[in-house]
Write a protein that binds this ligand. Structure first.
Ligand code: TGC
Ligand code: FAD
Length: 389
């Protein structure tokens, strides 16, 4: 039988040379966690559409890892990206849990919250004792959150929230929801403890993608909140969009993790699989596929690491993150689909991770700004002309 090459896709461009020792240690720790706690179970979680979200959140140790203070680890942005890469190599749903908790809910509190908000919520969210979610999208306002219709009206000193949110990750598991609503014509963020009267979060079922992830509606019916529930430092759409920059950055690293897992699976499979009396990996058409995918994966990781450097230097711009999200999700889903052809019939089962990743990446292509939205963002950066409307 053919022996496996010692060069894995990640090693083709000696990518480890681009990463500092501390960041590598963090990455390797997350990889081991995924090997021990996620990989043995995730196909079953996906099949049964469930996630032991509370257990995982308490064990992960990466929630809000790139934030400073309030119980957060304060790692580099590159280390956070590499953690996302490892988590998504296991399953996009696990990376989603971490993205939403750390980059969306915790980041919103960290950047825009009062001192009391930070002290109350960040240590709980960092340890996974509490779960957070982030409600921006509405049934009729996904790509266009500027039109959102959830309202926050004053009643004396209190706020009364009414409206609904759609497709909210972690929603029905959450202890606190960051809800974006229109208050006096400005978009403001509110911290809504999910036990508040009038709040409910029915889970969205029958998903064929991201099945190992909790996705919910948020329903707000006359939800009364105290005056200090509003995030004082966020006014206007730039508040939630700043949070999206953080989560999109994680996806730039994360999506190629899913692609890496698919490509490694396809290489191993092709080596072992006899067709026409010899190894599938020895056919030129197969090698062309594998080579092209490894090249795209390497380019995606170089792009991710470049954005990591820019973010660590405090110099990253939203349109640069759009370049990364657009390219890396688009190429990762193409790799996952191509790997599925290498596995052929075996590629459609949950015995291999490929169809699960390919299916998950359909959501990743859509959330955190669709590919079209990121094309338009890059187009605007290049031309100075906004073509969204
Ligand atoms: P526009 O008029 O361009 O801007 C409004 C205000 O926002 C500022 N801004 C940004 N600020 C920070 N970061 C960015 N990326 C920003 N982009 C714009 C802008 O300067 C302006 O500020 P100000 O002070 O003048 O008011 O806004 P627009 O209405 O034309 O929309 C622009 C557009 C289409 C790019 C934006 O709406 C958009 O990104 N849409 C996509 C929505 C989206 O990505 N939703 C994601 C929801 S969360 C999610 O999917 C979680 S998935 C789970 C997981 O991550 O795993
Ligand atoms: P639409 O906005 O209706 O878009 C439909 C199509 O039109 C797309 O192809 C889009 O690219 C295209 N389009 C839109 N505008 C333009 C334009 N100007 N020019 C050209 N084409 C355009 N949201 C949250 O707030 N929090 C969450 O935690 C969250 N988690 C999610 C989890 C999952 C599994 C999924 C699938 C979604 C999640 N979302 C979340 C919502 C997600 O961000 C939205 O689905 C996404 O922003 C797209 O919105 P939409 O689905 O309403 O599509």
């Amino acid at each position: 039988m053919t022996t496996r090459s010692p060069i894995r896709p990640w090693d083709l461009l000696s990518l480890d040379d681009e990463i500092g020792d501390e960041d590598k240690d963090i990455r390797d720790t997350v990889r081991r966690f995924c090997d021990d706690r996620v990989r043995p179970h995730v196909a079953t979680w996906f099949e049964q559409a469930r996630l032991p979200i509370r257990d995982l959140a308490r064990e992960l140790g990466v929630l809000g890892m790139h934030l400073h203070g309030y119980g957060c680890a304060g790692t580099s942005a590159t280390a956070y990206g590499l953690a996302c890469h490892e988590l998504e190599a296991a399953d996009s749903g696990i990376r989603s849990l971490v993205s939403v908790q750390g980059s969306l809910a915790m980041f919103a509190v960290h950047r825009f919250g009062s001192e009391d908000h930070k002290r109350q919520w960040l240590p709980e969210l960092a340890t996974g004792r509490a779960i957070g979610c982030f409600g921006l999208t509405e049934p009729d306002h996904g790509s266009d959150p500027a039109g959102l219709r959830t309202t926050a009206k004053r009643d004396g000193a209190d706020w009364i929230l009414n409206g609904s949110k759609m497709w909210i990750t972690n929603g029905s598991a959450a202890d606190v929801a960051v809800v974006w609503a229109r208050a006096d014509e400005r978009i403001r963020g509110f911290l809504v403890p999910t036990g508040t009267k009038g709040f409910s979060a029915p889970e969205i079922t029958r998903k064929m993608s991201l099945r190992a992830s909790v996705t919910s509606q948020l329903v707000l019916e006359d939800v009364r909140l105290p005056a200090d529930a509003v995030l004082p430092e966020a006014e206007g759409l730039s508040g939630p969009l700043s949070c999206l920059n953080e989560a999109r950055y994680g996806i730039v690293f994360g999506a190629p993790g899913a692609a890496r897992e698919c490509l490694e699976t396809a290489i191993d499979y092709a080596i072992e699989r006899p067709v026409f009396g010899r190894s599938l990996a020895g056919f030129q058409l197969t090698q062309a596929k594998l080579a092209d995918m490894a090249v795209e994966l390497g380019k995606a990781m170089l792009l991710a690491l470049r954005l990591g450097r820019l973010k660590d230097a405090g110099r990253i711009s939203p349109h640069q993150i759009s370049v990364g999200k657009l390219n890396n999700v688009r190429e990762s889903i193409a790799i996952a689909r191509e790997c599925r052809t290498v596995l052929a019939a075996n590629g459609i089962t949950l015995d291999y991770p490929v169809i699960r990743h390919a299916g998950n990446l359909e959501s990743v292509l859509t959330y955190e700004g669709t590919s079209e939205i990121h094309q338009l963002t890059v187009g605007q950066a290049l031309t100075g002309i906004g073509a969204f409307k």
